[in-house]
Design a binder for this molecule. Structure first.
Ligand code: SF4
Length: 356
């Protein structure tokens, strides 16, 4: 006998246990609410609905059931402040435990949109150039809190791409893989892993896991100095997981997948912008097994609250010269365009200042 197909199955997100959506699904099952009602709820949330009462597809009694069990909204984040600059919107979110994180949504003139999300409130890795690191660590965000920054009514529609480049080191958060699972599953975010970028300062064990389990996700590894001793000052995690160890993971990844990986190089005037640094960076890239798959993103340092006071932004001329000299030497390199520095929304600047 032909088996009956479960029509809603493809639309059902693959939910980590304990997440709010999985709790809702369980609850609806117990209450004998048919599965397609859950799919209707998820679809409505994706469209930006915030409150159960506003999910018009659901019958009134189901909406009331949900409100009585979960409160007015299934969303774990409350937006408390929105700031805007050219092509950029920065939102300060409050979690239910009163932690604060910032999310940056960009709408580019070319017509696509991207959301830069936080994975931790604060961070305990203490990178010397970073405002988030200077605030210390408050908590890891849950998978729900991470996903809610992506699927939020404030953006009006789902963004085209997601980058884990906001507050915190995503790979140090034990809930990161649950969130990635939800976002890339059919039925909720349904994001192609190719539209997700994870930036890391080099949390090697989980970088290995990421490249193994999600080979299509884009990876950016922060280098910032080709010299181990100086890198330890900039990124103390170098003491635990060296650049060498992280590059060896990316080497395996490029050999296996032939996918491009990105090396971020934060250019700080008088610190890591000398010709000696440039030559050492060139040597580092050329020593990789598939150097043509390593792309260097040069990022101008932005003044960051709490960062070392003698760090200064490079001049326009220096940035342009650094990038073109890398190219002359055969390294694939570009400057990363940044928006939102005027509202502290650019690289390294997020720290949820209004609530410190
Ligand atoms: S750069 Fe990233 S890992 Fe380093 S302190 Fe800032 S948020 Fe943490």
């Amino acid at each position: 006998m032909k088996q009956k197909k479960n029509i809603g199955a493809k639309l059902l997100p693959n939910l980590p246990p304990g997440s709010i959506l999985s709790e809702i699904r369980k609850f609806m099952e117990v209450e004998n609410v048919p599965l397609f009602r859950f799919v209707q709820l998820v679809t409505s949330l994706q469209r930006g609905t915030e409150k159960f009462q506003d999910v018009k597809e659901l019958p009134e009694n189901v909406r009331q059931l949900l409100v009585s069990r979960f409160g007015e909204t299934p969303l774990p984040l409350n937006p408390v402040l929105v700031q805007s600059a050219e092509q950029v919107e920065k939102v300060l979110f409050e979690t239910q435990t009163k932690a604060y994180v910032e999310t940056v949504h960009s709408r580019y003139r070319a017509g696509w949109s991207s959301v830069c999300i936080s994975s931790q409130a604060g961070c305990n890795l203490g990178c010397a150039f970073c405002a988030t690191g200077a605030t210390g660590f408050t908590c890891n965000l849950s998978a729900d809190e991470i996903c809610a920054q992506v699927v939020h009514s404030l953006w009006q529609k789902l963004p085209d791409s997601i980058s884990f480049m906001g507050m915190g080191e995503a790979l140090a958060n034990p809930h990161f893989f649950e969130a990635l699972n939800v976002l890339t599953s059919d039925g909720y975010g349904s994001f192609s892993p190719r539209r997700v970028t994870v930036s890391t300062v080099g949390f090697a064990p989980n970088l290995h896991r990421l490249t193994t389990e999600y080979p299509q996700v884009n990876v950016t590894l922060s280098v910032h100095s080709p010299f181990a001793e100086q890198r330890m000052e900039l990124i103390p995690l170098e003491h635990r997981f060296s650049l060498k160890e992280n590059l060896s993971i990316l080497n395996q990844h490029t050999i296996k997948t032939h996918r491009k990986v990105y090396l971020a190089y934060l250019l700080i005037s008088g610190v890591n912008d000398s010709i000696i640094h440039l030559k050492a960076l060139e040597k580092l890239v050329k020593s990789q097994k598939r150097p043509e798959l390593f792309h260097v993103n040069v990022i101008a340092y932005n003044n960051a609250v709490g960062a070392k006071s003698d760090y200064k932004a490079p001049t326009e001329k220096n940035i342009i010269e650094f990038v073109s000299e890398l190219r002359v030497r055969g390294i694939s390199a570009t400057r990363r365009q940044q928006f939102g520095a005027s509202i502290d929304a650019a690289c390294g600047q997020l720290y949820a200042k209004n609530f410190l």
